[in-house]
Design a protein around this ligand. Sequence first.
Ligand code: HEM
Length: 412
Amino acid sequence: MFKWFDERLDLIKFKEKFLSKTFPTHPTFLIGEIALFSFIILVVTGVFLGLLYEPSTKTVSLFGATVPAAYASVVKIDLMSMGMLVRRIHHWSAMIMIAAVLVHLMRVYFTSAYRNPREVNWFVGLGLFGISLFAAFTGYLLPYSNFSVTATSIGYYIAKSVPWIGNWISRLLFAGDFPSAATVPRFFFLHVMFIPVLLMVLIGLHMVILVKQKHTEPSSNGGRPEAQNGKRLIGIPIWPEQAFISIAFFFFLLFVIALIATYIPLNPIETYGPPSPGTPVMRPDWYFLVVYGFLKLIPGDLSFSIFGGKITPETIGGVVFPTFLILVFLLVPLIDRSKEPQHYIVSPLRRPFMTSFGITGGVFLTMLVVSGYIDVLHIEPKTMLMYVVLATVMAAVVSYALLRLYNKKREG
Ligand code: HEM
């Protein structure tokens, strides 16, 4: 059979060209794989859920109550054998994928792996990050619970607040006003079709670029003559060594996610109930808390107009601030440039400015997450803003001073 396929597909050549490539051995390189494997688990569990889910808000009867069909279909999934487990695995995989993408991004940043020639993969990666967040956002609406509608309406008001084109964007994304009967089918299409295909294409591109450019290597290889300054990678072959490690790692990850999903409930829609007006605003998931926290710090009456476009607190917190963050991330490899291709990861301790910049950004964003809880912490927005500025400035000064001191001592 192999001979038959080999004659037609040139499998031996493929094996020699691709499968004998090397993969550098460094534990942090597994983080990207966690993101990749969580995505695979999401697709498989998503197909199962998609077969049973009903993307409609028409009302049906469920145990004597009148509820939206989408909500009823998810309650029915929860009640069937293994249904709730699959739904929880799907949701936990999404959490773990986003956390892994974030840690992977930090790994790439703090080891300076984004520099020449890997800037393109940094940009593709940023696209992957943004689209993964969008996948989570569209997924939240689907069970059409009380939480779904409250969380999605925050996004709706943000989309509407884009100056000049807000109405057009919100109508395109939400298929009209929200909540309305048309939004669920639109989000269902985006969540199960458009976004997964886009993610698959971009992940494919990310991997093709990775194979073409080769992976960065641990700096300990730097002194090894056989490394030939990036022309040869030192590591283990993709086939069979790395493939077996990856397969084992995939099943280990699946085991961990299934274990967590078994014991820790997520998004218990039966507790939230179907949408009902007048419920208090619920906090979104942790990855949206940066924007949510920022919105809490902006005075509610801060509104003005520019060239006929209305700027509201939602515009500043939900549009201007995320755009600013995206710009900063995009600019990283363009500002920290190097003319020569860089093939080794660098210890963050040896790059005081970039490391301190990363730590400062991390502290700032973490403080915004904390700001999402000011109601629970009973802190006034103005006081919290002061804490955010103080913590950010302190992180910048202390981290930079310590790293400079470390490098002076090392050189001395
Ligand atoms: C769905 C999201 C993503 C997946 C599945 C993914 C997957 C991977 C995998 C498996 C690797 C090789 C192993 C490793 O270095 O960890 C890799 C490398 C890389 N990724 Fe990602 N990634 C994603 C998002 C990102 C993001 C958000 C960024 C940065 C903004 C990024 C930038 C890079 C770069 C520059 C490399 C090459 C690193 C090197 O050569 O050291 N990726 N990615």
